[in-house]
Ligand binder design. Structure first.
Ligand code: PHE
Length: 339
């Protein structure tokens, strides 16, 4: 029996030494030490031995068992480390490979121009305020001196969301909201998206952007309006830009003007951009109508103010020489990447 034990142990040692992967070593463990393993079988045969021999042989078998257990678990550990090393070797990172390009976004041209505008007006002491895109009929029209039957509504047909709710056609509603919540002196601009039921073409879109400006204080005159707009035009188009007021009509300002600046492309000589006139129309403005002040609880005999509405999209297309307003809204990356 001791002979057999020796044979088994030697064979096991050889097999373990020759073993090269983790599943193989597990098979060996089962083969020798498992419930039906060879050493276990040997232990079962102990009954046939004499009473003197039994403890001796028993001790030997147990010793052999322990030896094999240690051997196998050491081998297991060794194989495990080896497998890990192999895996790491296979997965080494080739640091000489070119990196994947990181795509960074940038500002949309409309936002770049808007940021410039905000900077210019903030430097003149204006606050930036926000207003809702879904407006009530009252704030968008009624309170701006445009009652339900007023013909000026025709020019600003929009998308109605019910009896009294609509997508705002102008940021002018922000005038009212501001005057309701702030006391003069007021100096704000309100940039935002506006909507009109317009046919889409190269210069029209049913969605576009305006920047409303409003100043209310004691003794504000049209000279102040002109000064502010001149300053703004020079910042945007260059220091020798001239500003021209043309009489116009808006229900919420009186008097009202349309404001032109000398064409930045030809300097006023006349070119394709300004259609030969030398001037480009950039905004509407005027002195806030006394009715509008009154409906916001501001006494027109004490206070006066001016308002203006700038079209952000036109400003952007002329600055970057973009020929079609639709390009601003299509979000084609090939277009946007150019800015
Ligand atoms: N809200 C006017 C428009 O959309 C522009 C404007 C604003 C005119 C403020 C005068 C004063 O046409």
């Amino acid at each position: 029996m001791q002979e057999t034990l020796k044979e088994i142990v030697n064979a096991a040692k050889e097999a373990v030494a020759a073993c090269s992967d983790e599943s193989q070593i597990e098979n060996l463990r089962v083969q020798y030490l498992g419930k039906k393993g060879q050493l276990t079988a040997l232990l079962k045969q102990m009954g046939s031995l004499s009473a003197e021999e039994r403890p001796k042989v028993g001790a030997l078998v147990n010793q052999a068992k322990q030896e094999l257990e240690e051997l196998i678990s050491a081998k297991k550990q060794e194989l495990k480390i080896k497998a890990q090393e192999n895996k790491l070797n296979e997965e080494t990172v080739d640091i000489t490979m070119p990196a994947k390009p990181v795509k960074t976004g940038k500002l949309h041209p409309l936002n770049t121009v808007l940021d410039d505008m905000i900077n210019i007006f903030q430097s003149m002491g204006f606050d930036v305020v926000d207003g809702p895109e879904v407006e009530t009929d009252y704030y968008n029209f009624e309170c701006l001196n445009v009652p339900a039957d007023h013909p000026a509504r025709d020019m600003q047909d929009t998308f109605y969301l019910g009896e009294n709710l609509l997508l705002r056609t102008q940021t002018s509603a922000a005038q009212i909201r501001t005057m309701e919540t702030r006391k003069p002196p007021i100096r704000v601009i309100c940039p935002g998206r506006v909507f009109r039921a317009d046919e889409v073409d190269a210069t029209h879109s049913p969605v576009f952007h305006q920047i409303e400006g409003l100043v209310v204080d004691k003794g504000v005159t049209m000279c102040d309006l002109k000064g502010v707009l001149e300053e703004f035009a020079r910042e945007i188009y260059g220091s020798d830009t001239k500003v021209k007021f043309r009489p116009s009509f808006f229900p919420f300002t009186e008097p009202s003007v349309e404001v032109d600046v000398t064409c930045s492309e030809c300097g006023g000589k006349g070119c394709r951009v300004c259609k030969g006139s030398g001037w480009i129309e950039i905004l509407g403005a005027g002195m806030v109508h006394p009715n509008v002040l009154r409906s916001c609880g501001i006494d027109p005999d004490v206070y006066s103010g001016f308002a203006f509405g700038i079209g952000l999209d036109r400003l952007t297309t002329t600055r970057y020489k973009i020929s079609d307003i639709r390009l601003l809204f299509e979000n084609d990356k090939r277009f946007l990447e150019q800015f």
